[in-house]
Design a binder for this molecule. Structure first.
Ligand SMILES: NC(=O)c1ccc[n+]([C@@H]2O[C@H](COP(=O)([O-])OP(=O)(O)OC[C@H]3O[C@@H](n4cnc5c(N)ncnc54)[C@H](O)[C@@H]3O)[C@@H](O)[C@H]2O)c1
Length: 331
């Protein structure tokens, strides 16, 4: 169950047994640790670099030291990094024990904590070791987002906007109409928006858990986004925002998307200052896109838009995609 708007202090009510351990990162521990319920706490160094098998190994050995057995339970309190690590560890510790999350970043509330994917990176290649295992609960308390650094918050908004763009025109409209209260992190509006985004992702995942078809539309903006993120180090959401703009531009150039709707998306991304300058050569783009693990052979399942709220997947060759990219980016 995904509980949006539930106060995180109610966490103990959702933990099925006493034998539980909290995994969190040091930022969350500093900000919220004094109010954590009374379970042993293990904290990791914040950030993507912690998402590796060495950290999983360390954590497993700490769980053993704490005497956590196969009836134990893991609570992940943190953003996407903590959720990915805690979920992956729980899914393999003693062949799998129960786990639940308090999802604390906007990105993890709208995206990472829904869908049952978890895992760690190998070197710089993301999410190479992992599996699909569902948490028993996910608490998304929007009040926690008030302590999130500004760039993390804005970055998370990109995935929220994406949810509206691919499947929910009403969500997109609500975002357009509430820009100021969203920027001021108003809890009421955030509860509404996160609920909608979670429901959208949950429905897509319900219909296609293992990413054989429909789930691909969640990758909207990510083909170019991942390349930009990898090459420039821009934060995920900012890179995806540029990726969404490119995908919308290509959709319009192919005659699928109306220019007015294309501009509408660009305007929303601008309002939240999500479109940053970056530079990436065609050669670098080609390298990233050719290595994308969601590609099969030379074919990329590229997500295009027919309208706001209506995404479609098209098979395109890497060469075609790069040609289209050049066409829409030539000034
Ligand atoms: N499993 C999935 O389906 C899925 C989906 C999307 C993303 N992800 C993964 O999620 C990760 C990114 O998640 P993220 O953006 O949440 O990164 P993150 O977990 O590193 O959190 C970002 C930063 O914000 C801090 N933070 C988190 N919540 C806070 C709060 N309430 N107050 C103050 N600081 C807070 C963290 O300590 C960290 O420094 C990536 O590794 C990505 O691969 C997974």
């Amino acid at each position: 169950v995904i509980l949006v708007g539930t106060e995180w202090e109610n966490l103990p009510g959702y933990v099925p047994i006493e034998n539980a351990v909290i995994i969190t990162d040091r930022n969350l521990l500093r900000l919220y640790g004094s109010r954590f319920p009374n379970y042993p706490v293990i904290s990791i160094i914040p950030g993507e670099n912690s998402k590796n098998i060495g950290v999983i190994n360390d954590l497993a050995s700490q769980l053993l030291d704490l005497g956590l057995d196969r009836k134990g339970f893991i609570i992940g309190i943190g953003g996407g990094v903590v959720c990915d690590i805690a979920g992956f560890l729980a899914s393999i510790y003693m062949r799998g024990i129960g786990f639940g999350f308090v999802s604390t970043s906007l990105l993890s509330q709208v995206d990472a904590s829904v869908g049952g994917k978890n895992g760690v990176n190998v070197g710089h290649v993301k999410n190479i070791l992992g599996n699909f295992t569902q948490p028993e609960f996910v608490i998304c308390d929007p009040r926690m987002l008030t302590t999130l650094p500004e760039d993390e918050y804005l970055s998370g908004l990109a995935e929220l906007i994406k949810a509206g763009v691919i499947l929910d025109p009403e969500l997109l409209q609500t975002i357009e109409q509430n820009i100021i209260s969203i920027l001021s992190r108003d809890t009421l509006i955030l509860t509404e928006l996160i609920t909608r985004a979670v429901n959208i992702k949950a429905e897509v995942v319900r219909q296609d858990e293992k990413e054989k078809g429909l789930r691909m539309i969640l990758n909207f903006g990510h083909t170019f986004g991942h390349a930009i993120e990898g090459q420039t180090g821009l934060k995920h959401g900012f890179a995806v925002a540029s990726g969404m703009k490119i995908a919308a531009d290509i959709s319009a150039s192919l005659g699928l998307l109306d220019n007015v709707e294309k501009e509408r998306l660009t305007n929303i991304l601008r309002e939240f200052e999500l479109l940053k300058d970056y530079s990436i050569s065609n050669e670098q783009l080609k390298n990233y896109i050719s290595k994308d693990k969601k590609k099969s052979g030379d074919i990329v399942n590229f997500v295009l838009l027919e309208n706001m709220g209506k995404a479609v997947v098209r098979n395109m060759t890497v060469t075609d995609l790069l040609d289209q990219y050049m066409k829409v980016t030539i000034k």
